[in-house]
Design a protein around this ligand. Structure first.
Ligand code: SAH
Length: 219
């Protein structure tokens, strides 16, 4: 089951369809609470910080940070998301294609403190827009296909300047309660399996679980 979830792949075209069909339950109309609460930790008394927003969608956090004097670079595959961002925040914007990044379009507001690149994140690199002083990652690492996580980590690391502070928001849940679409999963047994052997490795807990997995009825 976990295997199946880990293998689930969202194609770029599926993301674009979601935007077309307005199935964007991830979008939040308010400034993200965790960014507000942890603003000082990520900004760390600096002014005019260059923020990077991987998989930015139309997050209103970008406008909030720009209004506080920072600059924002975002990457998003959906052109519709980017246009909606500027329209909904009453900003005029320019658009240009980039010879260095074939197929990509750069959208910028007139003050040029918000630059959104419409392209696949994995075609973006520090040669496009340099390195960053801060990263706000909400709905990005968690949305990346699990098979791409190592590639993602390497890319993010390459975008981090020496003084970069990366604020990462993730979600932790009990996978037994999210059963996926193909099978029913039932936890039959959960026992303490800690022995001196594992204590010697430095572990302080080890749980052995047994699941029963059965196909879901197909009709
Ligand atoms: N961070 C935003 C959006 C999260 S949803 C927020 O908090 O609201 C993930 C977004 O990433 C979607 O808008 C989707 O269109 C975009 N996306 C997914 N994979 C991408 C990729 N490989 N490159 C660029 N954008 C991608």
């Amino acid at each position: 089951m976990l295997e199946q979830q880990a293998d689930r792949i969202m194609q770029l075209s599926e993301w674009e369809e979601r935007w077309q069909e307005n199935k964007i339950g991830f979008h939040q109309p308010e400034i993200h609470r965790m960014l507000q609460i942890n603003y000082n930790a990520v900004v760390n008394r600096r002014s005019s910080v260059r923020f990077f927003f991987p998989l930015c969608g139309k997050a209103v956090d970008m406008k909030w940070l720009a209004d506080l004097g920072h600059s924002v670079v975002g990457v998003e595959i959906s052109e519709m998301a980017i246009r909606q961002f500027f329209q909904e925040n009453n900003m005029t914007y320019s658009e240009e294609s980039l010879p260095s990044l074939p197929g990509a379009t750069l959208f910028q507001n007139s003050e040029k403190n918000i630059s959104l690149y419409q392209c696949d994140l994995f075609s973006f690199s520090s040669s496009v827009a340099g390195q960053f002083g801060a990263i706000w990652d909400r709905g990005s690492l968690v949305a990346i296909n699990p098979k791409d996580r190592e590639r993602y980590a390497a890319l993010i690391l390459s975008l981090m300047g020496g003084d970069c502070r990366y604020l990462l928001d993730t979600l932790l849940y009990n996978p037994d309660l999210y059963k996926g679409s193909s099978c029913n999963v039932e936890l039959l047994q959960s026992v303490d399996a800690l022995t001196d052997r594992q204590r010697a490795w430095g572990l302080d807990s080890l749980t052995e679980n047994v699941h029963l997995i059965t196909p879901k009825a197909t009709n």
